[in-house]
Structure formats: structure tokens, C-alpha cells
Design a protein around this ligand. Structure first.
Ligand SMILES: *Cc1c(COP(=O)(O)O)cnc(C)c1O
Length: 468
């Protein structure tokens, strides 16, 4: 059969609330045109993020009942540890409450010198951390510690319309050049993000991971993977990279991580969990330092800020995420949305990524200049017209100011439609397509956005906006 169906059936449902356009106009105004400030109850289809929004399976819920809440040496921790080792293979696993906690611990350690009393003395300003594209929290954790986050994605990855099977790849020539000019001693770690969330949920090839790993080894730079969507990346390798057609997803994952010295992971993504994450590594010394930081703010090493039941949900989720029939459905459902939008002349990052479709707001709302934030304007219209919540990934998220306070825009003005795992059905997807086609009809009347109030870090979460 040609029809690809959801490889599950629904046992428990959650009602969604319908509102009128007039109600939503009021709601978005009182939320200062920031989707993060809209109460979730007022959202019809929530595509803000695929993070922590997955539907858990009956087996995950059952496992949660079996959670062991012992402070130390919980049975659930050992299950969690075994499940992570099976896929990632690293010696040491540090559980954390979510991905950014793993980043905070790793970068606090790597961007410090340690004094005679074992205290961390920040030395971030002299250090550089390359990545294909740093995710916003990764960049923020590096910059907050005074370090420099550098993006080295391949040129194709910066152009929404360009088709490439692995647009998330790192430019290895640029990496080699970067190491030469910066000096390996100033690069405490090199990272690669799979799939490349910031660049459009685009995959990284096995060949690229292998090459980056080789370059890092030659220069004795440790190599870490930001593993949030490792299973989706593995599926893309299976269907797009020669030599992997017959390999299982687990085999592909094992190979991907065999090239790395460690990883950061948000279990809110490819582990079907509503909360959780981990930091994994092979190096003993790094492990003992990171564990100290963990214990100061997160918790003891066998729970790291998670309940035993959360670790159960993650362990079971990791079993389920490497199931090929799930990934087949997942990637095709995202592709369906992307292909339909393309057919209707709505510009998106090509080809469709794994967990999300990224609308190219710069091309779509070409009448709105960068300093009137076309991406933010599009999120406001998606909500107003269709009750759909999405997030801007453009100059609101990544824009900077020059010394005169003028906006230096981001490379791209995107709006991410992130698809929660196992949550929405085919007709929800059809509805999203219809709303975007309606927006297209009246796109020239959409107004730009200005910033009224903003914090210094991660401003998109809490900034307040108004219409121009
Ligand atoms: C979500 C995400 C993170 C951070 O994880 P949280 O669980 O949200 O803290 C880091 N990197 C990437 C690529 C992500 O998508």
C-alpha cells in the first residue's frame, strides 16, 4: 500500500479549544505579539516546539508507575543508563532535567580554569566552540560563560531554496581553516548538531560526522554531538546515504556516536519524554568535574534533577524512537506538509527537515523589512487567522545590534512549524496547509512588528512586541 499511516492507535485524547478570530486578536495583543506569552489553552494547534510535547506510549506510562524514587542508586537510573548506553555507547552518563542543563554543566567546565582549591575561574573569552549551527540555548550557555560560539555549516545550509541531502553538514574546509587561525588550544570542544535545528532540522551525513571527528582527532580537540534528534538524523542517513540502506537505525546510531567523545541530549526530543536529558562522555576527568557541577545545582548523580519515573519514561522512549516504522511515518508526515506548502507557492527551507517545516518569512513576506521582523509578523498572523502557534527563528532570536544600536539581522528570517511527536493527525496537518494558503492570499496586508521591551539573553522567550 502507498498510504503511510500512523503506526499507532489512540487510547487517550485531549480536547482542544476553538476560539474566534476576534477573540484571538485580543489574545495576541495582550500577549504582546509574542507566541510564548499566549496561554496554551487558547491555542488550537500548538507547533511552538516539538520539545517535551510528545505523546507518551502506554508502555511509557506503565513504566512510570514502576519508577523507583530512591535518592541514590535508583533502579530506574540503571534502566536509564542501560538504555542510553545501548544507543550512544559512552562510558559515563549524567542525567539532567533537560538539554540546556547538560550544556550549562559542560560549558561552565570547559570555559573555566580550575584553581588549587578546585574552584572554577572563568576563562571563556579566550575560547571558541565551533558547531554546524549552535542551537539558541547552546549559544546562550557558551556566551553567558564568556565564550565564543562559531557556526560553520556548509554554504548550502544558509540558502533556504537550495536542495542538498545533508544541509546540516559542517564545512570541513572552514573547520580546518578555523582551527589553524584560532589555535587548537583555544578550542576546548567541537560540536555538531544532529539534526541541525537552527538550520532547518536538516540532517548531517555519516561521512561528515566521520570527517569532522577525524579533523578533531588530528588536532586533539574533543568532539561532542548535540544529539537531540539523533534518531531522525539516523533515518535520513538510512534513506539518503549510500551504504546505509540495509543497516538498522540502532546500528546507524551506534556508528554516529562511535566517532564522538561525548554528547549532550534533550530527552524532550528524540526520547518521547516530557522532561529530561543527559550529558554523556568517555573522559574520566571531565566526568568527575561535570559531576561536581551536577551535584551543586541539579542533584545527585543517579537522578540529576529527574524523578525516577522520568528516567523510566526516557528509557522506554529510547527503545521506541529507534523503531523504523515510527521514523518512516514521522519523516513522511513532515515531508507531506512541506511538499503541500511548496505546491501552493509558500516558500520553505528545502528539502523539508525532520521535526519541523521552516517557512521562509523573508521570501514570503518580502514587503516587511528585517527590522520589522517578518518572521515574528508571520507567527502573529498564523495565530490570528488559524489559532496556530509557531516560533520565529530569525532576527528576533538571533539578531544583534551594532554599536549604534542598529539591528544586524540574522542570516535567515524563518518561522518554525515544529511537529510534536505522535500528537496531531493527518487532518490537523491539512488544516495547517489551508491556513497558510489563506494567509498567502492577503499577505501584503500583514503588518510588521517592533520590539517594545527585551532582555539581554534569549530575548525571544520574554520580549514584548507591538505592531508597526
Ligand atoms: C532543544 C534543544 C536543546 C536544548 O534542550 P532543552 O531540553 O530544551 O533544554 C539543545 N540543542 C538542540 C539542537 C535542541 O533542539
Amino acid at each position: 500500500m502507498k498510504t503511510i499511516i500512523e503506526p499507532f492507535r489512540i487510547k487517550s485524547v485531549e480536547a482542544v479549544r476553538t476560539t474566534t478570530i476576534e477573540q484571538r486578536e485580543e489574545i495576541i495583543k495582550s500577549a504582546f505579539y509574542n507566541p510564548f506569552l499566549i496561554p496554551a489553552e487558547d491555542v488550537l494547534i500548538d507547533l511552538l516546539t516539538d520539545s517535551g510535547t510528545s505523546a507518551m506510549s502506554s508502555k511509557q506510562w506503565a513504566a512510570m508507575m514502576d519508577g523507583d524514587e530512591s535518592y541514590a542508586g535508583s533502579k530506574s537510573y540503571f534502566k536509564f543508563e542501560a538504555a542510553t548506553k545501548k544507543i550512544f555507547g559512552f562510558k559515563h552518563i549524567i542525567p539532567v532535567h533537560q538539554g540546556r542543563a547538560a550544556e550549562r554543566i559542560l560549558f561552565t567546565f570547559l570555559l573555566s580554569d580550575i584553581d588549587a582549591e578546585g574552584r572554577f575561574v572563568n576563562s571563556g573569552s579566550t575560547k571558541y566552540i565551533p558547531n554546524n549551527n549552535h542551537f539558541d540555548t547552546t549559544r546562550a550557555n557558551i556566551e553567558f560563560n564568556g565564550g565564543n560560539a562559531v557556526d560553520l555549516v556548509i554554504e548550502e545550509g544558509k540558502h533556504p531554496e537550495v536542495i542538498h541531502p545533508f544541509k546540516g553538514n559542517m564545512d570541513t574546509n572552514k573547520l580546518t581553516e578555523f582551527i589553524k587561525t584560532t589555535g587548537a588550544k583555544n578550542i576546548p570542544v567541537c560540536m555538531i548538531t544532529v539534526t541541525n535545528n537552527t538550520g532547518g532540522g536538516q540532517p548531517v551525513s555519516m561521512e561528515n560526522i566521520r570527517e569532522v571527528s577525524k579533523i578533531c582527532k588530528e588536532h586533539k580537540i574533543p568532539f561532542f554531538i548535540d544529539a537531540c534528534r539523533f534518531a531522525e538524523n539516523a533515518y535520513f542517513i538510512k534513506i539518503r546515504e549510500k551504504g546505509y540502506e540495509k543497516k538498522s537505525i540502532l546500528e546507524i546510531c551506534n556508528e554516529m556516536f562511535s566517532y564522538a567523545d561525548g554528547c549532550t541530549m534533550s530527552a524532550k526530543k528524540d526520547a518521547f519524554a516530557n522532561i529530561g536529558g543527559f550529558l554523556a562522555m568517555n573522559n574520566e576527568d571531565w566526568y568527575s568535574n561535570c559531576k561536581n557541577l551536577l551535584i551543586i545545582t541539579e542533584g545527585y548523580e543517579t537522578y540529576g534533577g529527574l524523578a525516577g519515573r522520568d528516567m523510566e519514561a526516557i528509557a522506554q522512549g529510547l527503545e521506541e524512537i529507534v523503531d523504523e516504522s515510527y521514523l518512516h511515518y514521522r519523516i513522511h508526515s513532515t515531508k507531506y506538509l512541506g511538499d503541500k506548502l511548496t505546491e501552493n507557492g509558500i516558500p520553505i527551507i528545502q528539502p523539508p527537515g525532520g521535526h519541523a517545516i521552516y517557512l521562509d518569512a523573508k521570501a514570503f513576506l518580502s514587503n516587511i523589512p528585517a527590522d520589522n521582523y517578518p518572521g515574528q509578523a508571520l507567527t502573529a498572523e498564523l495565530y490570528r487567522l488559524g489559532g496556530i502557534r509557531a516560533v520565529e527563528i530569525g532576527s528576533v532570536m538571533f539578531g544583534k545590534y551594532d554599536k549604534d544600536g542598529k539591528l544586524i539581522p540574522a542570516d535567515m528570517e524563518l518561522v518554525r512549524l515544529a511537529i510534536p511527536r505522535r500528537v496531531y493527525t493527518q487532518s490537523h496537518i491539512e488544516y495547517i496547509i489551508e491556513v497558510l494558503c489563506e494567509i498567502k492570499k492577503n499577505k501584503d496586508s500583514i503588518r510588521g512588528i517592533k520590539i517594545i521591551e527585551e532582555p539581554k539573553f534569549l530575548r525571544h522567550f520574554t520580549a514584548k512586541f507591538g505592531l508597526v
